[in-house]
Design a protein around this ligand. Sequence first.
Ligand code: C2E
Ligand code: CA
Ligand code: CA
Length: 727
Amino acid sequence: MKAPAQHKQDSGKPAIAHIDAALTRMGWPPCALLSPMPQLIAVLDAQLRPLFCTEALLRYAQGSAAADLPPSWQSWVHPDDLQALGQAREIALSRQGHACEHDLRLRAADGSYRWHLTQLSRLTPSQQPGDASASGDTADWLLALCIDIDMRKQAEASLKDSDDLWKLALESNGDGVWDWYVQTGVELYSPRILQIYGYAPGEIDPDPAEFDARTHPDDLAQMRADRDAHFSGRTAIYSNEHRVRCKDGSWKWVHSRGMVISRDEQGRPLRMVGTHTDITVRKQAEALIWEQAHFDALTGLPNRRSLRDRLALGLQTAKQSQGQLAVLFIDLDHFKEVNDTLGHDMGDALLIEASRRILASVRPQDTVARMGGDEFTVLLGSLADAAEAELMAQQIIATLACAFHLNGERVFVSASIGLSLYPQDGQRIETLFKHADQALYVAKAAGRNRLGRFTPELQEAALARMRLSNDLREALAQQQLFLEYQPIVDLATGRIHKAEALLRWQHPELGRVSPADFIPLAESSGTIIEIGEWVFQQAAAQAQAWREALDPSFQISINKSPVQFRDEATGPGPQLSWADQLQTLQLEGSALCIEITEGLLLDADPHIKQSLQTLRQAGFQVSLDDFGTGFSSLAYLHKFDIDLIKIDQRFVRELRPQAKDLVLCKAIITMAHALGLKVIAEGVETAEQRDLLKDAGCDFAQGYWFARPMSPKAVEELVLQPAPSRF
Ligand code: C2E
Ligand code: CA
Ligand code: CA
């Protein structure tokens, strides 16, 4: 989709975000969705300068959807209509939430003018003090919607002279005309009104009951109420929108307007005339806009916005009936892998099938919404007890764990679900969402494919994580962080010329905190960027020292988080590139090996591939950590620049002669070698594991059997002494 046409603001920044925010507050879709729609729609500022126009409007007025916006709305309006426009603007600006309608002639690209019914309505200003759009201008922005009424205007003009009565009726606006003798119960119809609904003249009896019988049952009550209000003199003009059934059985939306033109002495209506305007197209456009604002286009499920509305309603009902309500946050495990490896079309097909399965697992009165990406939310109302909600959640997990058949491929994903309950776990929308999210976090951390329930302990744990995350911000400056190094042994020679740098945190009160606990926090808060930079500098200096003191080819591995790569791709990145820093130290790139995770490679971002290439060009080695735990195959890895793979501890742990994992390790080693990659086995804890790996041809090993992560001094002592026999 091309960028919607819009004016630049003085700052040079596009106003589109502000416009989108203002539109969204009105229940309209954002510019990008609005732009290709067939309606003539514009957003104007208080001086009527267009800020945004739909492509249809630009095509109509400028001849091309790609045309520039005009400097003023007035330049498109017939000079004789400018006064009416000015009045309409005043009224629209003075009334929040009411549309002001007026007819005006809008200039087409060829210079001719056509009449348009134009609705001007003031956009709701932002209520939030922090919102950028609250800084002043959106408050006076107007939305203009123009509907072509040129045919009608021409008809009005030609009928003008023929009959005062018709003139009156037509002037009150409309296509087809009706003329109702209220006391005698006779109603006359113009040929045009019959034509709207597909009837020939004379085909409908001159009886108001005829039209009432064709009016949509849902619209009848309001129509009668509006009619009574006019009969009793409470409204100057009768006006009502309703649906009428056509001869062919289809429904048309009409705007019916009319007026009592004579009354008896008691003031009872004698005669009323009015019109029907076919507004089906407008209604369809409104329905489409409403649909787009409230439903997810891919799955047809309610979106985040309508979920909130429904939850608010559900909470109200639950409060009144003292019932229970459950919120389920569903997250598909490994969806990203499917999307990245099989393509977005398959990803879309999977989401549609997943939404179908979730719907089938709940009751008809429950709400299933898509929050975006692979996240769904389910609302379960009027529950007997918590167990009922848990049962449905388990049902969802079970059904999503079954194979998906996508275009001949069998694909497995699973689901993690977080559950929070009203009233136990929270009374307000925000609280219920937050607690379902915490429960989801726990379900994922516990290994996915499961249900997490909110508990007060979870809340405690979330608080503890937050405190720890805050402490971590200070840890670097307070010199609480340091590195340990775990030697990596060359299995053929028993020598050590590699070591992995592992980060340690000595917390002033908690003592040693495990990196498994604090690295994820550093990643989600972004602190990892600063810390990762520090790790690099420490490790580079250490490698330089050891190349001089121990071995000129000594290499240190450092772990680089995907968050650091993403910061380079989209954020500021490090001040001085790692390659430049090495040059300053006069250190070869091969002094360092960067350990990355599979998840990074699956990231579809082309910048990531570029960053890896840059590292390789600077001479760094790249190794793939925790191999075998993710999704990628060796053949897939071949596409990337990688020197080494590290077989995950999980496979090494179970290594025994005849074990299945041994076959797997051998296969990995053989294939890696065929692709020119070296292999490191992690987590070697026994002599037997070392022997099996050595026999399988594994190049390097790392683990407690050889050495634990240790201080630099301890590494030096180990390297300088003759290799122990256990190596
Ligand atoms: P990892 O990269 O897979 O690191 C290997 C982990 O295995 C280390 O845990 C190490 O102490 C442990 N290990 C080594 N040999 C054995 C063994 O024989 N048996 C057992 N059971 N474990 C062994 P550690 O130090 O707790 O680090 C955990 C994770 O934290 C690391 O996993 C790595 O993902 C992350 N991490 C550590 N330092 C850094 C860092 O500087 N930056 C980033 N981004 N992540 C780091
Ligand atoms: Ca590692
Ligand atoms: Ca590892």
